[in-house]
Design a protein. Structure first.
Length: 404
């Protein structure tokens, strides 16, 4: 199945794309493919209905562990695992069974393939399970993405567990310095020289528009329809814009989630009619087409009452790669990507009027749009090129035998 002369990296994660065009965590597959250019990569993740337990996708070996019968495997891939667990005692018990099955399967797979590095993704549950399953002599690397870090910030019980996982891990990866700072503040862990700050955006080249065409879309939102994304603020800002200047750009909303019904009711309440279009979850190729047909991307993320924030805002980098200007809020890791009036427009979070003004400004000023696209392209070329990203992760793995 692989070239035995290469080092072996085991990626242990609770979520991974179920097929090559899946909308669930596509960045994880991009990351695995990047690592596969210099190592044998084996991904260990939960099984889901109608999936094979073992397969190869784009040169990446996938091993899926079972934790229940097909119809009961509903914890993973829904985007709400932690809410399921905290929302029901029965689901919490089921989650404990899930962890036990995962730990046992991880130990078995480690024994089978003898990886050089076991790389867990997310503090919970991946980091916790991996730390429990792994012998101390094995290399244990850890990636933190956002929801896991905000769980630590929110719940005291999670902090003790996080501290143990962090002490157990050899190296840590954060998708933004904002997450690194939260861990430093909540877990008394100082940043160190082995930390890797790198967004999970290894497939940006795929978003570049080769043959440009006339755009018929307008403003675009891409992401899960959750409170933290602030889509209700975007809809109210868009409504205010429509009332002020008779805007003829539509607002396209791509994604799904538990907030969708409320958002659709809000659109009806504001009498926006077909000016706001909900597309649901789309395949990756369809999302790319939406980028290419839109005039601007908006990420209106907010800090929720529980302290949850945007870890980074990968869709901003995707839109920049696709050549459209972006608007974002001063939330979480977003300011690490958007430098105001250079790579995009940055507005105050949860501020309808400020976001409305930015929408209006971007719609009316073509020179500004062109300037922001140029600045964003320079950012992508300087920091987020595919080969530079691969080099960064390869260097992080420097102690693996066989990696030069």
């Amino acid at each position: 199945m692989s070239d035995d002369s290469r080092p072996t990296i085991l990626l242990n994660t609770h979520v991974y794309p179920r097929h090559s065009t899946d909308h669930v965590a596509p960045f994880m597959h991009d990351f695995a493919k990047a690592c596969a250019t210099f190592a044998r990569v084996v991904v260990h993740c939960p099984h889901d209905q109608n999936l094979s337990e073992n397969e190869i996708i784009d040169g990446v070996e996938i091993r899926r562990f079972r934790y229940a019968s097909d119809e009961k495997e509903t914890l993973a891939y829904r985007g709400d695992m932690h809410k399921q667990v905290f929302g029901s005692p029965l689901r919490a018990l089921f989650f404990m069974k899930f962890l036990r099955r995962w730990r046992k399967a991880t130990k078995s797979l480690i024994k089978e393939i003898s990886p050089d590095i076991v790389h867990a993704h997310w503090l919970f549950p991946g980091g916790y399970v991996t730390g429990k399953a792994l012998a101390k002599s094995k290399g244990f690397y850890l990636s933190m993405h956002g929801t896991d870090v905000f769980l630590v910030k929110k719940r005291k019980m999670a902090r003790g567990m996080a501290k143990r996982v962090l002490r157990r891990s050899e190296k840590s990866h954060f998708v933004s310095t904002a997450l690194q700072k939260i861990i430093a503040d909540t877990c008394s862990r100082k940043p160190n020289s082995t930390d890797l700050i790198l967004p999970m955006v290894f497939g940006l080249d795929e978003f570049v528009e080769i043959n440009s065409k006339e755009k018929t879309g307008g403003f675009l939102f891409v992401g899960r329809l959750l409170e933290v994304k602030g889509v209700n603020v975007l809809i109210r800002s868009f409504s205010e814009l429509c009332a002020s200047n008779g805007i003829n750009w539509p607002l396209d909303i791509v994604g799904d989630g538990r907030e969708r019904e409320d958002l659709e009711l809000l659109v009806d309440e504001l009498k926006l009619g077909d000016k706001v279009r909900f597309h649901g979850s789309l395949e990756r190729s369809e999302v790319i087409e939406m980028y290419h047909n839109s005039r601007a991307l908006v990420l209106p993320s907010i800090t929720t009452a529980s302290g949850e924030q945007e870890g980074l805002g990968v869709v901003l980098l995707e839109a920049m790669s696709a050549g459209i200007p972006v608007i974002g809020t001063d939330c979480g890791g977003i300011p690490e990507i958007i430098h105001h009036e250079k790579t995009g427009l940055l507005v105050r979070q949860n501020d309808v009027s400020s976001l409305c003004a930015a929408l209006k400004r971007l719609q009316q000023d073509i020179e500004l749009r062109e300037s922001l696209v140029t600045g964003a392209n320079q950012l992508i070329q300087s920091y987020y090129r595919g080969d530079a990203m691969v080099d960064s992760i390869r260097e992080w793995y420097v102690n693996i035998d066989g990696i030069k």
